[in-house]
Design a binder for this molecule. Structure first.
Ligand code: FAD
Length: 276
């Protein structure tokens, strides 16, 4: 293989702009092609960037981006539905602390950082075919580079084109939800996330000393399409019911949540290791 000097990155979500910045640092000019016309502002729930993710971002001088939008998390407390502490995980002294971020804020911060570094991100370019380093988009346009990198998510078209027999995402039997709410009056967890094995569902929450609350639920459901027509206002009492009797502040936090702030992630999926 000759020297690689140019790359196409398919997908402008979380991984795409980061891959492009890493390529740029290695002296490879990358252009990102995103299928959607617009930005993903406001899309998605919260996630935590673990020390390995932060170390990877530090390798491309982009860790400050996460620090700007994140809230440090010094550890996690595992609890049973009775409130009993089962285990506690802290941070490692020699590694950066976990950071809790909203996906849309992380997305926008990484996007802006990539653009500020001179990386071109084109929108409305949905990849439909791929032959070597030549790609075609749904709008009829094409592009060519030495390498093509798929950063197009869990239903990656790039992956399917490279290996039509690659494993597909599989539903893991859980429905996901998350929200911000006021945690005023609820005992603060400080900078620790509490993860609770409720009797009927799994609950994660954090309440800062200043009273900002955030939570997520993994609700078991055999059918990934059940409740598909529910509005957020219909989901909230269903979620509160799932924690009735559990000795944790789940019901209280769910009741304080404005339906407009509920993120319904839907059926949670994972994907087996890909052979190619
Ligand atoms: C409820 C939930 C909680 C999570 N919690 C955590 C957590 O705590 N910590 C953690 O590290 N991760 C977490 N994750 C996972 C994390 O969100 C994903 O791993 C991450 O968003 C994946 O980024 P990505 O760039 O690979 O894909 P995406 O963010 O999905 O981006 C893919 C991009 O590719 C574009 N695209 C798709 N097809 C095409 C095409 N054909 N042509 C052009 N563009 C295309 C899409 O429009 C999109 O912009 C969580 C996920 C969920 C759902």
């Amino acid at each position: 293989m000759g020297t690689v000097t140019s790359a196409i990155v398919v997908g402008g979500g979380i991984a795409g702009p980061v891959a492009a910045m890493a390529l740029q640092k290695a002296g490879i000019a990358a252009t990102v092609y995103e299928g959607h016309d617009g930005f993903a502002d406001g899309v998605g729930g919260a996630l935590s960037i673990a020390p390995n993710g932060r170390t990877a971002l530090a390798a491309i001088d982009a860790d400050h981006v996460v620090e700007r939008v994140g809230t440090p998390m010094s550890g996690m407390v595992m609890q049973s539905w009775t409130g009993k502490r089962l285990a506690e995980f802290g941070s490692f002294e020699d590694l950066p602390a976990m950071q809790l971020v909203w996906r849309h804020e992380l997305y926008r911060a990484l996007y802006d950082e990539a653009v500020a570094r001179g990386i071109r991100i084109e929108h409305g370019k949905r990849l439909t075919s791929l032959h070597g380093g030549t790609v075609r988009f749904a709008d009829g346009a094409g592009a060519e580079a030495d390498v093509v990198i798929g950063a197009d998510g869990i239903r990656s078209t790039v992956r399917r084109l490279i290996d039509p027999s690659a494993p597909e995402p599989r539903y893991v039997g859980l429905f996901g939800f998350g929200a911000r709410c006021s945690g005023r009056g609820v005992p603060p967890t400080g900078d620790r996330m509490h993860l609770v094995f409720g009797r009927r569902a799994f609950f994660g929450y954090q309440v800062t000393d200043g009273g900002d609350g955030g939570w997520f639920v993994n609700l078991p459901s055999k059918d990934p399409s059940s409740g598909a027509g529910n509005t957020p206002a219909q989901w909230l009492p269903i979620l509160a019911d799932a924690f009735a009797g559990d000795r944790i502040p789940a019901v209280e936090l769910i009741r304080r949540t404005d339906p407009a702030d509920l993120v319904v992630t839907g059926g949670l999926e994972d994907i087996a290791s890909v052979p190619v």
